[in-house]
Design a binder for this molecule. Structure first.
Ligand code: PNS
Length: 155
């Protein structure tokens, strides 16, 4: 049986923290599918199609990784479509855990899909898509926090 996992998120835009989680998670599955979605609870910055292109550009080693996008569909239904029994999420700290835990419980209750939490590398604990976008919008240098393609797009 192929061990397939889904790593979902807004990735608006992808940061070095996301790339680190993807590269580490990838090693534990036959296939890791990065699912990029619009989150209605968040103000969108980059159009989803551009987020997908930036993600594909940003993955140095994309062996065993696929990037897909879906809209207006439950994550558990996407998992069923893709044949993935597991969701992977990076956790930077308690705030992420509090945000993720109800979704993980809901997804398990809805469809028996388990969520595996992967602690972020401390190097990227303070990095979020919203913060790098804000700093860049004021002319701050975040080139060390995002992939090259994202830095070019933010500039
Ligand atoms: O990076 P984000 O914004 O925290 O990702 C959130 C996302 C897109 C994974 C979440 O909003 C989601 O799963 N959306 C799909 C719709 C859905 O299944 N909602 C119920 C979640 S329990």
């Amino acid at each position: 049986m192929t061990r397939r996992a889904v790593l979902p998120g807004s990735f608006d835009p992808v940061t070095n923290g996301h790339v680190d989680i993807i590269e580490r998670a990838r090693q534990h599955f036959d296939e890791l599918i990065v699912v990029i979605m619009h989150n209605p609870a968040k103000a969108g910055r980059f159009p989803v199609a551009e987020r997908v292109a930036l993600m594909r550009d940003s993955l140095k080693d994309d062996r065993g990784v696929r990037v897909e996008t879906f809209s207006d569909v439950l994550l558990v239904d996407i998992c069923a479509d893709l044949g993935a029994g597991v969701i992977v999420k990076g956790i930077r700290g308690p705030a992420d855990y509090e945000y993720e835990l109800p979704m993980a419980r809901m997804n398990r209750q809805l469809a028996g899909v388990e969520t595996f939490f992967l602690p972020s590398d401390p190097e990227w604990d303070h990095v979020s898509s919203s913060l790098v976008t804000e700093v860049a919008s004021y002319g701050g240098d975040v080139s060390h926090l995002v992939p090259r393609a994202v830095w070019d797009a933010l500039k």
